[in-house]
Write a protein that binds this ligand. Structure first.
Ligand SMILES: [Zn+2]
Length: 293
């Protein structure tokens, strides 16, 4: 694997299992830290003034995956330690944040079973509990939540947000600057799933700005009668079309996809052949409207 970016790892795994920042540890191998990705011993390079302080793997080339994992590890700890997070705006099209949700407890890497079938589960990056309410918090560093995980989240019916730190692995973070981005930056978060209430269905109608359909994307979300329909490009060119069980949406989606692909019963979605992609996308945008993603 070739890494064109220089890797900057400023967080590492300390002996007590927690994330530590490069400026909190003794210099060199005395830091006694491990890489949270590959478990290799790390050398703390925090004595100099020329280069930004960072951790380095002992005797091997730095790997982008390791620095991304370290950032992910630190971000999860921030949520767990602070026990609160800014929710995304209730409407998809606003860049303003919603309210701050406080938790009595935040569990890291929490497994949630969807059914008694052991394979059907997700591991939430963070799972916040607040009385009878809960929130799944996914932190995107390597990649965003894929459609398979999104469908599982929908099946669980637990409100879920994603905080994106993509392209952030090579920044010389300190705890304060990363904490602000993870917990409170409105631009860095979006809803993955939230229950639709009657009042929210009405508020969707009030939005005026409708983004233009771009057919060269990899993922699209349509609003059809206040319900979401997800469309995602598959690696081999076909597209997946998914929505939560709803008769109104099914009556629109099914005729569009039938005879243009096949129903995948395992994931409850349509797979549409690539040559019909543009037809299906434009029909969906006419039946409802495209949402920004
Ligand atoms: Zn590593």
């Amino acid at each position: 694997m070739i890494h064109t970016l220089s890797s900057t790892m400023v967080f590492a795994l300390a002996q007590d299992g927690r994330a530590v920042h490069i400026d909190e540890v003794p210099n060199g191998s005395k830091c006694e830290c491990l890489c949270p990705a590959c478990q290799s011993p790390l050398i703390a390079k925090n004595g100099g003034e020329e280069r930004a302080h960072h951790f380095a793997h002992d005797g091997r080339v730095e790997d982008q995956f390791c620095s991304e994992t370290a950032l992910h590890f630190a971000a999860k700890q921030i949520v767990a330690d602070n026990k609160n997070v800014l929710l995304p705006s209730p409407t998809l099209l606003s860049s303003e944040g919603g309210s701050i949700m406080e938790f009595s407890e935040v569990l890291i890497e929490h497994r949630l079973n969807i059914s008694t079938d052991d394979h059907l589960h997700i591991v939430a990056d963070c799972f916040g509990v607040s009385g009878s309410k809960s929130l799944i918090i996914e932190i995107a560093v390597h990649h965003e939540v894929d459609l398979t995980k999104l469908m599982k989240i929908e099946s669980l019916g637990i409100p879920s947000i994603e905080i994106s730190l993509r392209d952030f692995a090579n920044i010389s973070w300190n705890w304060e600057s990363l904490t602000h981005q993870v917990l409170y930056s409105a631009q860095r978060r979006k809803w993955l799933w939230q229950p639709i209430t009657d009042s929210e269905e009405l508020s969707v109608e009030e939005e005026i700005v409708t983004p233009v359909l771009e057919t060269n994307q990899k993922e699209w979300i349509f609003d059809i009668g206040g319900r979401w329909v997800w469309v995602k490009k598959l690696p081999y060119g076909n597209i997946k079309v998914f929505h939560r069980p709803n008769d109104y949406v099914r009556n629109i989606v099914q005729p569009l996809c039938q005879n243009r692909g096949f129903w995948n019963p395992k994931y409850n979605c349509w797979v549409v052949f690539d040559r019909f992609q543009d037809d299906v996308l434009s029909s969906l945008s006419q039946s409802g409207r495209i949402l920004s993603h």
